[in-house]
Design a protein around this ligand. Structure first.
Ligand code: UT7
Length: 323
């Protein structure tokens, strides 16, 4: 059961117009038309993945009435950890003082929170875990190439946190679906700069340690995979489109969101959209949207929500949750 949510973003807002100030040849019109994005949040000095995730976690825990010592586990979906070793999850554990919790990162790119929630559900099914903090967080601004207009206009930073507890009957996760296809890994990746090709001055000069994306190919795969994931979510829960009160899709691009909703036969009035204000925050996008939906009073007792995600890997999946 998703007991409560919270989110946090950096202080600095970076609008589409701000790209002119860093010499990027683009326009507000191009970005809005192709993606629906109007602004994003960018981490500054003193802000990193640990601080954002900790802030989001504190809000979720306070809303759930859960203290740090009650947490049995912390699962952090991210593709932009503060350090490659150790995990950012252990840094969040230390910052919260959650001394009993086992903590680990899970990298499924934009599907990171969705995968993490399903892994947490599995941990709870073992009977040893009662209360789990599931976070999706990213500081993508530090792994994108600010000279590459194909990618730098798309992404943003932020974190969303969820406190999960063991479900009561008829509530919680009604269906869960996850898929991966590593044969398409090169379409959205950081080619160099890790174990395969450790950082050298040449790598830094060519910028091959930053995210690179074949946008059009990723777009086509996202539309296809999210449609498949939406079908699986309904089949798994034995529900029809009219049973869904709210669709919360990964917020990468308004055109992908609209295509997913159309395929699933869910009208746009029932689709949560905030890509205009946050950009693509990868693993953070769904939990930030969920937290905002809660704050807007869109989720009440009995509300049925469908989540659909897609990201690098490729990874994709879905979930139907009754609150
Ligand atoms: O989170 C999951 C992973 N990510 C995604 O789901 C993103 C998936 N992809 C997309 O959302 C879209 O493919 C993009 C928004 C990245 C691009 O939209 P598109 O309609 O597929 O554009 P395109 O790649 O076909 O590029 C069209 C043109 C190109 O110019 P030419 O070659 O046609 O002359 C680009 O050079 O737009 C140019 N372009 C830009 N122009 C102004 C690319 N980026 C920009 C830019 N500003 N920022």
């Amino acid at each position: 059961m998703l007991a409560a949510t919270g989110h946090a973003v950096p202080k600095r807002v970076f609008t589409n117009h701000d790209f002119a100030s860093i010499g990027i040849e683009t326009s507000d019109e191009w970005i809005r038309e192709r993606t629906g994005i109007g602004q994003r949040y960018i981490a500054g000095e003193g802000e990193n993945l640990t601080t954002l995730c900790t802030e989001a976690a504190k809000v979720a825990m306070q809303r759930a009435g859960v203290t740090a010592s009650e947490l049995d586990a912390i699962v952090l979906g991210t593709a932009s950890p503060d350090r490659l070793l150790p995990s950012t999850a252990v840094e969040v554990q230390a910052a919260l003082g959650a001394s009993r919790a086992v903590a680990f990162d899970l990298d499924a790119a934009c599907s990171g929170w969705l995968y993490s929630a399903q892994v947490a559900e599995g941990l709870m099914a073992t009977g040893t875990f009662e209360t789990i903090l599931v976070i999706g967080g990213e500081v993508l601004s530090r792994i994108i190439n600010w000279k590459d207009r194909n990618t730098c206009v798309l992404f943003g930073d932020g974190a969303g946190a969820t406190v999960m507890k063991r479900s009561t009957r008829g509530r919680g996760i009604l269906s869960a679906y996850m898929r991966s296809d590593g044969t398409l890994a090169d379409l959205l990746h950081r080619p160099k700069g890790a174990g395969n090709a450790p950082v050298t001055p040449e790598i830094i000069l060519e910028g091959s340690h930053y995210i690179q994306m074949a946008g059009r190919e990723v777009f086509k795969n996202a539309v296809r995979s999210m449609a498949d994931a939406a079908d699986r979510a309904l089949d798994g829960a034995k529900l029809s489109a009219t049973d869904i009160d709210l669709l919360i899709p990964h917020q990468a691009n308004i055109r992908i969101i609209e295509a997913t909703a159309k395929h699933a036969n869910i009208p746009m009035e029932k689709v949560f959209v905030n890509v205009d204000r946050y950009g693509n925050t990868s693993a953070a996008s769904i939990p930030i949207a969920l937290s905002e939906a809660h704050e807007k009073g869109l989720i009440k007792d009995g509300t049925t929500v469908m989540f659909v995600a897609f990201g690098a890997g490729f990874t994709w999946g879905s979930m139907v949750v009754r609150f």
